[in-house]
Design a protein around this ligand. Structure first.
Ligand code: B12
Ligand code: SF4
Length: 493
């Protein structure tokens, strides 16, 4: 069967700093290809809708699978599915991915027949079975599959991360993938899942708080196959188990792999497992993202980060000593007023790290989706991108965005525009000579993307698909297992 896998377009905010390959879709592609199907992949972060329609003409897919890792992409994918159904009435159209796993039934409903099903959870095991069951009543009984007629049982998690290495050969125009100065940049995965349980995050609920690792041999072999000189390690929390990080590193040395890396981890993991990070610094790890989230004890407790402000600051000191370039994240709450923005701004200007802001957002799949007692101020999927306020703001909304954008632009002056070009002129020049211009373009994009008026007016766009709000707010925590997508967890950290 001819199968086309499609990643939707980038949200404007992630477009500034990075554009990354659709690793999940590539893993699904491997499992489908192994089952004997002909697979193509189209990434709308790079290609246009016009390219998509041309692909339908030339490839004539019999099945199309959309990746919906992000809530904000839901309307785009439904619209594409509806238009595709009109053009190719017999094509089997399905969707899967992180966010859609938590809202599968409502998305099937919105699509009014344009989506044959939504697949919850990991796609590797189920995708080939799904294609096998097209046109069969068995379809809606498959694990993780939701159709208009019914729902199968919870999907299992696959127990061998080595089994389906990503089909990177299917991602076209790969030089478009980058993150900051790592231009071009591929992605790879050493582990899946997160054993913590932060109240605002759906990483742990998706994988049932499990934590699985690829074997050091397979992980290193996968990285060795990557053509790009730079790699984004997509693990939710890198190097939770230090011996695993060390073993992967030793394999990379054995294979003589030399690349530059970017990863994301927790501050306490960095403090506890400092030796792995030092070792990886020697292997080429240069950049990391630390989810600080808040500066004060009370907010950290509220997010259930299970960490103290001192541990966070200690991690920053260690990262500086080792010589990493660090980006941190702070969650801005809609209840913030000018004073709170100013506190964070003042702090951020005193530290050398790159400071990012996200807006506190209750997502389906998170605990705060159920416990957040403030009523959502919008049910527009497009605004659930952690850059818009979806809860009532204490400041008038336009003022809130003014403060947010002002804070972001003050902080961005540290590492974008002329300041950054001064520090990286040599590198920018070398990249330009090779025709790699993602990084250079990034330095000037901020002003054209972030704007108070743009963020504010996004709230008044006509609403086509309305999110199903949480059933009832409750002050008590839902049971963790009621939030999980998968059945059972193969291993715990
Ligand atoms: C890399 C990454 C990104 C990349 C995007 C990469 C890409 N092109 O897909 C970047 C950095 C751009 C990004 C941005 C954002 N991200 Co992000 N991201 C991740 C991260 C760290 C890894 C994703 C990944 O590659 N995973 C590994 C692959 C193998 O897993 P996967 O993609 O989930 O795919 C599996 C399944 O989902 C499923 N599947 C996926 N697609 C399909 C399709 C079909 C048809 C089927 C059947 C199955 C299927 O099968 C796959 C294999 O098992 C995840 C956390 C994580 N570890 O998953 C967060 C995560 C997905 N991101 C998150 C968020 C919040 C964001 C942002 C909104 C944040 C921001 N600051 O703006 C933005 C917006 C994204 C956008 N649309 O532009 C949240 C999602 C929260 C939510 N409920 O929506 C996550 C879970 C992080 C977290 N801890 O909260 N992200
Ligand atoms: S925020 Fe990080 S540590 Fe917390 S649950 Fe999500 S991935 Fe895990």
């Amino acid at each position: 069967m001819r199968v086309l896998l499609v990643h939707p377009s980038a949200l404007m905010y992630s477009e500034i700093y990075l554009r990354l390959e659709p690793l999940g879709l590539e893993c699904v592609a491997t499992s489908i290809r192994e089952a004997g199907h002909e697979v193509r992949l189209l990434d709308l972060q790079i290609f246009t809708d016009g390219d998509y329609w041309r692909e339908l003409e030339t490839f004539r897919p019999q099945a199309i699978g959309f990746s919906v890792n992000y809530l904000a992409n839901v309307p785009e994918v439904i619209d594409l599915a509806v238009a595709t159904r009109r053009r190719l009435p017999d094509c089997f159209i399905f969707a899967g991915g992180h966010s859609v796993s938590f809202i599968a039934a409502e998305v099937v409903e919105h699509a009014r027949g344009a989506l044959d099903c939504v697949v919850r959870g990991e796609g590797e095991l189920i995708a080939p079975q799904l294609l096998e069951a097209i046109g069969d009543a068995r379809l809606s009984t498959l694990p993780g599959v939701i159709t208009a007629d019914g729902a199968g049982p919870a999907p299992p998690m696959h127990d061998d991360l080595d089994r389906f290495p990503p089909a990177r050969d299917l991602a076209r125009r790969r030089r478009k993938y980058f993150i900051g100065v790592l231009d071009p940049c591929a992605s790879a995965e050493l582990s899946r899942g997160c054993p913590w349980d932060c109240s605002f995050c759906s990483a742990w609920t998706f994988y049932g708080r499990s934590y699985r690792k690829a074997s050091p041999e397979a992980a290193a072999a996968d990285i060795a196959r990557i053509a790009e000189p730079n790699v984004f390690l997509v693990d939710d929390v890198a190097f939770v188990h230090p011996e695993h990080g060390l073993a992967v590193g030793r394999e990379l040395e054995r294979l003589r792999v030399r690349k530059q890396y970017y990863l994301e981890t927790r501050c306490d993991v960095l403090v506890r497992n400092r030796e792995v990070f030092e070792y990886w610094r020697r292997l080429g790890l240069r950049y990391m993202f630390l989810g600080l989230e808040a500066l004060d004890e009370e907010s950290l407790k509220l997010h259930r980060k299970r960490i103290t402000p001192n541990e966070n600051l200690r991690a920053l000191e260690i990262a500086r000593k080792i010589g990493f370039t660090v980006a941190v994240n702070i969650i801005a709450d809609p209840s913030w007023d000018e004073r709170q923005f100013a506190v964070v701004r003042d702090w951020a200007l005193t530290v050398p790290e790159i400071v990012h802001f996200t807006v506190a957002t209750p997502y389906p799949g998170t605990e705060i989706w159920h416990t957040e007692s403030r009523r959502l101020s919008t049910l527009d999927y497009r605004l659930f991108d952690v850059q818009h306020a979806v809860l009532p703001t204490r400041l008038p909304l336009a003022r809130f965005y003014e403060e947010l954008v002002k804070t972001q632009s003050v902080l961005n002056r540290k590492h974008l525009g002329l300041a950054a070009l001064r520090d990286t002129a040599g590198l920018a020049f070398r990249l330009a000579l090779r025709g790699q211009t993602n990084f250079i373009r990034m330095l000037w994009k901020f002003g054209s993307v972030y704007s108070r008026d743009r963020q504010y007016s996004d709230h008044f766009k006509p609403l086509k698909y309305s999110m199903r709000p949480p059933e009832a707010h409750s002050a008590s925590r839902p049971r963790a297992r009621d939030l999980f997508v998968h059945l059972g967890a193969p291993s715990r950290a």
